[in-house]
Design a binder for this molecule. Structure first.
Ligand SMILES: C[S@@+](CC[C@H](N)C(=O)[O-])C[C@H]1O[C@@H](n2cnc3c(N)ncnc32)[C@H](O)[C@@H]1O
Length: 240
């Protein structure tokens, strides 16, 4: 059994396999949707989003897209994802005409016809899955208008022993058994546990954002059991 997080086509295959039970599982996670909406609110999108373009990078089944829509109901929203089965579930939901979904890796957006500039980018549970997170952060910054915000929403276990113990207990005591019960495929959820363990802590990811040229980098956690684990990272593409 691999001790490395899944990447690229192996990861897309795991998400495709997990897609049928994905929404059922995240709906059983208290605060999942509320915290996505909290991160979307923290982006500070003005008004109802009219006239703005937003990108949901790694939109999956559309939970993060719905969070964006809740804060910017009149924005044009483009959701992109590498896993066709996840995206099919997003597309099957009810959306305004201003939302559309594109099957593409974040690495291949230009080839898929997705071009900036965007007035905001939301990346929920995406960055730790990428082979080259620094390169993709720079690429996302290039897609943002000057002064616009990237929000990264994700779990961070970090080096703190208590936080790592909580993350381990939640994954192996709840998430993975639930995935077994719902035939969600444990590979994806072992990947979740492992990829969070092996990725940055919160200060490390903030430094990564700065290294990619973002400014005004900030980080806040969320309430609930996820406090200290789940975070919103906010970062701006600097003005010239
Ligand atoms: C944990 S899901 C999160 C989905 C959604 N953002 C949410 O909040 O529920 C992560 C998503 O990122 C997608 N993903 C992973 N690597 C990707 C990549 N390189 N390009 C585009 N999407 C990717 C997966 O296919 C998956 O749907």
């Amino acid at each position: 059994m691999s001790r490395r997080p899944l990447r690229d086509s192996d990861l897309a295959t795991a998400f495709d396999a997990g897609a049928p039970s994905y929404d059922t599982l995240v709906d059983r996670n208290p605060g999942y949707h509320e915290h996505l909406r909290l991160s979307a609110r923290r982006m500070g999108i003005p008004g109802d989003g009219a006239g703005l373009r937003l990108l949901d990078a790694g939109c999956g089944t559309g939970a993060s897209t719905a969070a964006l829509l809740s804060v910017a109901p009149r924005a044009e929203i483009v959701g992109i994802d590498a896993a066709g089965e996840m995206l099919a579930r997003a597309r099957a939901k009810s959306w305004p005409d201003t939302a559309r979904f594109v099957h593409s890796r974040v690495e291949d957006l230009a080839d898929a016809g997705v071009h900036g500039p965007f007035d905001g980018i939301f990346a929920a549970y995406l960055m730790r899955n990428l082979a080259d997170p620094d390169g993709q952060l720079r690429a996302l910054r290039d897609l943002l208008r000057p002064g616009a915000t990237l929000a990264v929403h994700d779990y961070v276990a970090g080096a703190d022993r208590a936080t790592r113990a909580k993350w381990h207990a939640v994954c192996w005591g709840i998430v993975i058994p639930l995935a077994v019960a719902h035939r969600g495929g444990t590979g994806l959820y072992r990947h979740l546990w492992r990829s969070v363990n092996q990725f940055d802590d919160a200060p490390g990811f903030a430094r990564r954002l700065e290294g990619a040229g973002f400014t005004e980098v900030g980080v806040e956690t969320v309430p609930g059991w996820q406090s200290g684990i789940e975070h919103t990272f906010l970062a701006k593409n600097p003005l010239p």
